[in-house]
Design a protein around this ligand. Structure first.
Ligand code: GLN
Length: 345
């Protein structure tokens, strides 16, 4: 039982703030435009992380924050090397006792790919939150400051642990597995086909669901000894389709081709023979869907995947399918293992 004096001391002792590291990679959240009217024309990746942090004094109310500039690029220029470098840095920080959570600031164009990559590869239950913005900090109604404050809040909350890599944008908390950029001109840009996990409101996270697929601590993917990722390309399906891109990617060294298929991953008659031929040569063929709002590709529906030894991406969009395929092939997976992983992760 606490005596009155101890109770009073416990009441007044300030709770230690969580320690959150902000890893900055560039994007619009570090962007700057010529005037406050420039919400779409500006330069991404201009403002250094220390300025982002010092420009937002409210951060100190929710966490003890320090920053590291990992890259300063627009995210459409992210390469596999950037992914590996970032993944290893996040893992190293997550292993430190003096780090409670990590925030990655990122351009929004490929944010969903990096978030999924980290979700699959960082072995930690500490919160890792990826965040960006749709308007540069110089614009009227810029969204980056609140997004960053919300991301640091979520990264510092114990309730965020064990949920895998999260994406915080526009007051919503998404899983890095599902989230995708769905429009390029609104602050409400990020959607998850199965809905967000929660909301951040006035500095507090409210959760409604948690991811059930394998991730982070429960993942079999390991990048600690990887120096490179195998080449995987995406070819887009459309009317009047030809097999030119598929053959060219394979000739350039692709170990797998993700077919961004029409509808439920359907493949045009003009393309099927080339994909069968490439599979016979050892290239993995992954059927995904280009459908906006969430594709859903089922094995042996549309195409005889068992007969052709093709793989389906299930509900993962083509760009996320590329990430999973690279990690899988880096560990020497065959088509059966790759298919299992598409259903488990
Ligand atoms: N809103 C953004 O962050 C887009 C800026 C840039 N194209 C990038 O992805 O980094």
């Amino acid at each position: 039982m606490l005596c009155a004096a101890t109770f009073a001391a416990a009441q007044s002792a300030p709770a230690a703030k969580p320690q959150v590291v902000v890893l900055a990679t560039g994007g619009t959240i570090a962007g700057a435009g010529a005037t406050a009217a420039n919400s779409a024309s500006y330069q991404a990746a201009k403002v250094p992380v220390d300025k982002l942090i010092s420009g937002l004094p409210e951060l100190a109310n929710v966490a003890s924050v320090r920053g590291e500039q990992v890259f300063q690029i627009a995210s459409e220029s992210f390469t596999n090397e950037h992914l590996l470098t970032l993944g290893k840095r996040v893992a190293a920080l997550a292993a430190q006792a003096d780090v409670n959570g990590i925030v990655v600031t990122h351009g929004t164009d490929t944010l969903e790919e990096t978030a999924y990559f980290l979700h699959l590869t960082v072995r930690t239950d500490k919160p890792v939150v990826v965040v960006g913005s749709m308007r540069p900090g110089t614009a009227l109604s810029a969204d980056g400051a609140l997004n960053l404050l919300n991301a640091v809040t979520v990264a510092g909350e114990a309730s965020s642990r064990g949920k895998g890599v999260l994406v915080v944008m526009n007051d919503e908390i998404h899983t890095g597995r599902d989230v995708t950029k769905s429009i390029n001109i609104r602050t409400e840009a990020f959607k998850s086909p199965w809905g967000p996990l929660g909301m951040v409101v006035e500095g507090k996270a409210y959760w409604f669901r948690a991811p059930v697929k394998r991730h982070t601590l429960n993942s079999e993917f390991d990048i600690t000894k990887l120096g490179a990722l195998p080449r995987v390309d995406i070819a887009y399906g459309s009317g009047n389709a030809t097999d030119t891109a598929y053959k060219a990617f394979a000739a350039a060294g692709a170990k797998a081709i993700v077919h961004a298929g029409t509808g439920n991953g359907s493949v045009a008659n003009a393309v099927v023979p080339a994909l069968r031929e490439l599979r016979a040569q050892g290239v993995q063929i992954v059927r995904s869907a280009r459908v906006v709002g969430g594709g859903f590709v089922i094995r042996n529906a549309e195409q005889p995947d068992d007969q052709y030894d093709w793989v389906v991406a299930h509900d993962l969009n083509p760009q996320k399918a590329r990430i999973l395929t690279m990690l899988s092939l880096a560990q020497g997976a065959d088509s059966k293992t790759l298919q299992r992983q598409f259903l488990e992760y």
